[in-house]
Design a protein. Sequence first.
Length: 108
Amino acid sequence: MEKDCPFCMIIRKERPADFVYEDESVVVIKDIRPHAPVHLLIIPKRHIRSINDLTEEDRDIVFHMILRARTMAREQSIAQSGYKLVFNTERGGGQVIFHLHLHLLGGW
């Protein structure tokens, strides 16, 4: 984990967040600036800077993040109506916090 990374600090419980789910690999929190009625962030506990920094060894964590997003969509009752999954990559792609995270948006 990175010392000054906001998501690492949340994972270490050094910063407040509204946790929806946690397991040994990921946490799911509510976005503090939601862009949809349901806006969750699926964040790996291991610090990975961005999609550009993924390696072959990260395959399982990315798959786990996507499956967790699907489960969260069901639990939030938006699976049938539809939802978006978004990875923002680098500043030009909208990434603001440089710790890999997956946005789950829906509920419109």
